[in-house]
Design a protein around this ligand. Structure first.
Ligand code: ZN
Length: 73
């Protein structure tokens, strides 16, 4: 497990992926620290790789401090 605090809440990799995807995901890898700062607030950005469905793999980026997020297919 690699639970992390995002916007004051402890999240699992699956939960972090769901926050960015907006719906449930099939599988998620461990949360990592992305080597970038949030463009909105300058906060720390986390990344998580996940499969929204069986044929796709997405890397999601999510700020720990605000609502900013981004996804890369
Ligand atoms: Zn932010």
């Amino acid at each position: 497990m690699s639970n992390r605090v995002v916007q004051g809440r402890m999240v699992t990799p699956e939960r972090l992926a769901e926050l960015v995807e907006g719906e449930s995901v099939m599988d998620a890898e461990a949360i990592e620290d992305a080597d970038r700062d949030c463009p909105e607030c300058g906060g720390d950005v986390l990344s998580v790789g996940y499969m929204p469905d069986i044929t796709a793999f997405v890397t999601a980026y999510k700020c720990q401090d605000c609502d900013w997020s981004e996804r890369e297919e």
